[in-house]
Ligand binder design. Structure first.
Ligand SMILES: [Zn+2]
Length: 387
């Protein structure tokens, strides 16, 4: 499996060269986007990525496109592949009827973030020194690297700092012991996670905790004259605050995911339809946090030989009472608790949802389709359930 190792490159004047390289990749990116658009306008077809690669390779020999030669052919290819991935996603989602995903489009050079090198164009001179484009850059080796390096990505963040990110192929060596436990969880707006056992995990409000600093930095920025160096400085200050919030959230998510992965062998979550949630809640931030969290959880579970399963939304409905199968069609998002008219039990909304997600009880009253989709171990656990 692939593991990412990211290190901060020390701030030095020669980082200006990395800055220039990122900008050049942005220029190439925008040039390729323009070619894609023109090709589609003329032929009505999608420009093939290999044809584009050949075209770019030829372009290098022209005097006005000499600068492409500075990029190295592999990282230029990577730019084309990035665009291709954007288009693939767009075509796939469009086919499914999702019109919200847009094809890749032009990007501001200033906001372009990174470029990726494969085997060529870089060299590790020492454990913590990398050579790129003839210049050596020292980075803070915050933890030892493992495995075989597949790609090297140079990232420029909004603060203006540079990071080197090694994607390494490592042998997965499970560190978390098997427990034989299966769990279900429900994501919520109020409570970040509710487990089927009733345990609630609250999401710390990092953004809120930093809101005074953010408001202050924002106000400071808006007071500065456009194009001035003071404005640039203020923008960096704001970016630094946002970066800190993102780090805090990331850190918390990793710790929470690790805790869950060490407790459970099999975890069930609802297959989140992000579009639907956005419409329902109109909150983008929380959705993205869910997504980022499930990514981390999925990684940790897989790395330790465990499974994160997704339950179809239809079967994971929180409107169905887990114990008896009664469907409360009048349930609204604000109802945290309701009394089941069929069995008289008081139902805690989130815990009920987590149980539904864990056991997929809907199948007892629905069809057999879900049962077949479940792994054998869970089906066995289900059979022995005495209800
Ligand atoms: Zn009931």
């Amino acid at each position: 499996m692939v593991k990412q190792f990211t290190y901060k490159i020390y701030r030095k004047p020669k980082n200006g060269n990395l800055d220039r390289l990122v900008n050049l990749h942005a220029l190439l990116y925008n040039h390729c986007i323009a070619l894609h658009k023109r090709y589609y306008r003329l032929t009505g077809k999608h420009l093939n990525q290999y044809a584009l690669m050949r075209h770019i390779a030829k372009l290098k020999t022209r005097a006005d496109f000499e600068w492409i030669g500075l990029l190295g052919s592999q990282s230029a290819q990577d730019v084309i592949q990035r665009i291709e991935r954007g288009y693939s996603l767009f075509f796939k989602e469009n086919k499914r009827g999702n019109r919200r995903i847009q094809p890749p489009t032009f990007r501001k050079v200033r906001k372009y973030r990174s470029f990726t090198l494969k085997q060529a164009g870089w060299k590790l001179v020492a454990d913590n020194i990398i050579q790129i484009d003839g210049r050596t850059h020292k980075f803070a080796l915050s933890r030892p690297m493992e495995g075989q390096i597949k790609t090297v990505t140079i990232k420029r963040d909004a603060v203006g700092d540079f990071w080197v990110c090694f994607a390494c192929e490592i042998e997965s060596s499970p560190q978390l012991a098997s427990t034989g436990e299966t769990g279900g969880m429900d994501f919520g707006l109020k409570t970040f996670l509710t487990l089927d056992t009733g345990t609630e995990i609250q999401s710390p409000q990092f953004f809120k905790a930093n809101s005074r600093t953010i408001v202050h930095a924002n106000r400071n920025l808006s007071r500065k004259q456009k194009g001035s160096s003071n404005r640039l400085k203020a923008r960096k200050t704001l970016a630094r605050v946002h970066r800190r919030v993102a780090w805090q959230r990331d850190d918390w998510q990793w710790k929470t995911a690790r805790q869950l992965a060490s407790t459970y062998d099999v975890l069930w979550i609802e297959d989140l339809n992000l579009d639907g949630m956005k419409r329902l809640w109109g909150r983008k931030v929380s959705d993205l946090a869910f997504y980022a969290f499930t990514q981390k959880l999925d990684y940790l579970m897989a790395a330790n030989g465990k499974v994160l399963n997704k339950r179809d939304r239809f079967f994971a409905s929180s409107k169905t009472h887990f114990a008896c199968g009664y469907v409360n069609s009048e349930l609204t998002l604000t109802d945290r608790e309701w009394v089941c008219p069929q069995c008289g039990e008081t139902v805690q909304r989130d815990i009920n949802a987590a149980r539904m997600i864990k056991h997929g009880r809907a199948m007892s009253w629905g069809g057999d389709s879900v049962r077949q989709a479940m792994p054998a171990t869970v089906v066995e656990a289900q059979e022995s359930l005495s209800l």
